[in-house]
Design a protein around this ligand. Structure first.
Ligand code: MG
Length: 459
């Protein structure tokens, strides 16, 4: 977040370690820049359970009020609940204080437009310009913004989700669901929604605690062993884990297996396309080819995008798609709202279980299967772009996507994504194929190719 870079926003809002990279001073200035961008108006502000939530929210609120914005204070709230409220109540936008999947010492600032979707990059640039050029438009003493507390966001949110599923059918099944909201805001709405769907709910890490004592907030398999063993111990039909702001959901089947995000997305996609053939499905380039297989089989069309939830939402808007998804636990259900929504995703999975009468592991087993392989190659930061251009040249004539790293699809249904990491001096490789030998071959082939290009560029 240095002044030199003139960049405040990362791929998902402003992020940093509290009181080191992200101080209250920065938050006040950012709030004032956001307020100037919105030209006064009414904004909603909420936060997740992090210890720094109230501190940073108050700082952002002060900045917003200084420019004449009125602030509706939502307090502790899941990001998707805040987003839905923004859209339904026609306010000008909103701010969510969260660092999503980052550890407890981090926090961040996400800004939402009036449709509830995070700002596009050009909109963020406008805020950055106001911030770095000190062009904040401070109001006179008699036109400062006011605040009021907002009640009932969670009620509205839970009721809205229930409208999109067959509540009676789910209730009849009396499912037992284990939930792990990582001691954050998912605990306010997740267990409640499930109970209203007639489920018996076992919650772990359910108390609000901003130190996140239960687990790291990122719903990655290594952080979900507690949920997996809980599912097995209580013989639950399903396990659901949220990240700290509850826009992502990762599922555990009744056998305790932690499922990849793109697989649960493919399941939702399948039943969505059965009801809505011909629809466009938006997904990031890192998702498995199973998304395309399902689309081919059930009459849909896949639109691939760069990695990043905001890009998925913006692309859905652009191509008029009603379903989007990511490989790490993001499902964007357009009939509800075109943003990631963890609780909506959970309700959709239960809806499919109730509709088919099948166990979640059976449903997932019916999807196309792939073997997966990964690779990691060190690459100096300064060479990353050159390496990518050369690599893309080597893939001429193949079926490729080159807007975010290099993805190559082969006729035998294998594919590989080679991509420079955004945070480390490495290239990452993700391969998939119908057999393990082919996966290894792809990882080996592209690893040596990347290494060779790096060697040539170094000479
Ligand atoms: Mg999140």
């Amino acid at each position: 977040m240095s002044i030199v870079s003139r960049r405040l926003f990362g791929t998902n809002g402003i992020r940093g370690i509290v009181n080191k990279e992200l101080t209250p001073q920065i938050a006040v200035q950012t709030g004032a820049a956001i307020g100037t961008f919105f030209k006064r108006g009414n904004l909603v502000v909420g936060y997740d359970a992090r210890t720094s939530g109230p501190l940073l929210a108050n700082a952002v609120i002060a900045g917003l009020m200084s420019t004449g914005c009125n602030v509706l204070i939502a307090g502790l709230v899941p990001t998707p609940a805040l987003q839905l409220w923004i859209r339904n109540h026609r306010v000008n936008g909103g701010v969510m204080i969260t660092a999503s999947h980052n550890p407890a010492e981090y926090n961040g600032i996400k800004v939402m437009w009036k449709d509830g979707i995070e700002l596009s990059r050009p909109q963020e640039v406008k805020i950055e310009n106001i911030y770095f050029d000190s062009k904040t438009n401070l109001a006179k003493w008699n036109t400062l913004g006011a605040t009021c507390e907002l009640k009932g966001i969670d009620d509205e949110y839970v009721a809205a989700i229930k409208k999109h599923v067959d509540v009676a059918a789910i209730k009849k099944k009396r499912y037992h669901v284990a939930v792990d909201p990582t001691n954050s805001v998912g605990s306010l709405t997740g267990p409640r929604l499930l109970r209203e769907l007639g489920c018996k709910v076992t919650t772990i890490n359910g108390e609000i605690d901003g130190t996140f004592p239960g687990r790291l907030p990122e719903p990655r398999p290594e952080n979900l062993t507690g949920l997996s063993s809980t599912v097995k111990a209580v013989r639950a039909d399903l396990g659901v884990a949220f990240d700290s702001d509850a826009d992502r959901a990762v599922f555990v089947d009744e056998k305790g297996e932690i499922q990849p995000g793109d697989k649960s997305f493919a399941l939702v996609e399948k039943y969505f396309l059965m009801d809505n053939p011909g629809e466009k499905i938006v997904t990031s380039i890192s998702s498995s080819s199973m998304i395309k297989d399902v689309a081919d089989q059930y009459g849909g069309e896949v639109v691939w995008t760069k990695i990043g939830s905001v890009t998925v939402s913006q692309t859905m808007k652009k191509v008029k798609s009603n379903l989007g998804g990511e490989d790490y636990g993001g499902i964007f259900y357009g009939p509800h709202q075109s943003v990631r929504d963890g609780a909506m995703a959970a309700a959709l999975i239960l809806d499919i279980m109730a509709r088919t009468g099948k166990k979640v592991s059976e449903l997932l087993d019916e999807l196309p299967r792939y073997f997966i392989g990964k690779g990691r190659i060190e690459c100096p930061e300064r060479l990353k772009q050159q390496v990518l251009s050369r690599l893309i040249e080597t893939a001429k004539g193949l079926d490729v996507y080159t807007l975010d790293g290099l993805k190559v699809w082969y006729k035998d249904k294998s594919a590989i994504l080679v991509r420079p990491s955004g945070t480390e001096a490495v290239y990452r490789l993700y391969a998939e194929a119908k057999n393990a030998v082919r996966v290894k071959q792809l990882v080996d082939e592209y690893s040596s190719r990347v290494k060779e290009i790096i060697r040539e560029l170094k000479d």
